[in-house]
Design a protein around this ligand. Sequence first.
Ligand SMILES: [Zn+2]
Ligand SMILES: [Zn+2]
Length: 316
Amino acid sequence: MNTLSRRQFSKAAAGIIAAPLAAAAQTSFANLWGGSVVDCHHHLRRTPDDNIAHLDGCGVSNAMALARENSADQMQALEAKYPGRFLGWFASANILNPDAEALLTNAVKKGAIGFGELKFHVEAAGPELRRMYALATDLNVPVLIHFQEVPHTPTEGVFSTGFRNFESMLKMHPKTRFIGHADAFWANISANYANESAYPTGKIAPGGVTDKLLSDYPNLFGDLSANSGNNALSRDPEFTEGFLKRHEDKLIFGSDCACTDGKGGGISQGGNPGASRLAGKCVARETLGLLKKTASPAAFRKLTWENAHKVYRLKT
Ligand SMILES: [Zn+2]
Ligand SMILES: [Zn+2]
């Protein structure tokens, strides 16, 4: 905890000021991105310090952590050590097990604010995930899904398949807040995609499924994280400008970066040869830089802060 946050904390605790603790973090990171930024695809790391090393290194004030259904104690310890930096957490559980619903329900009781990321070898419209979509509606929490139709390695397999037919799920669960993420979600930004590669390159053909679903369904949102998000936004800058404008209320910044120091150290896209374009780089820095130069200041604020607060109902 730095001096400022400690002072702020004790004042808040004494009831002198009601300023949110996040404001303390906000002050120290104002210079890099011009204000608070929340990374909504921050996989919980081994120790509290490992988490903060990444956030501090890439100048990101706050995070929404992706954790396990049994991570409540770990999140509490993290929040106690670094007050105000974590604005919430999502829980995941093995949805192939019959106790998944009970475990996720319990996680929400203990403070989780969403499900995810859900990344399993099942169909996106199959019974296992459909149960989770229904539970998300019952508990009024969002659900983050990893869509991937092309394996990155010979043994990896595919996840939440059938994105092109996902519309039926959006119709069937109108009250569920769906957040799309990963390869198939982002490759389908282009109309001419046919699962030929994990990260297609080149000009985008307008009218892609992702673009259309984001326009047509108020219950679908997009997670900008990982090489998939960065690649989609980098391949055709002219298209990106319009895309970000069209969906500036529905896209949420996240990094999914595995680098250690927020500067590209370690392995930023671990074990994924297809994502080598980001080797040695921090995905958070790359994507924030791209958004900063492409979107208006007001839209940047939405993409990196306001949308997440609205859709994920983050702490302020
Ligand atoms: Zn993922
Ligand atoms: Zn990084």
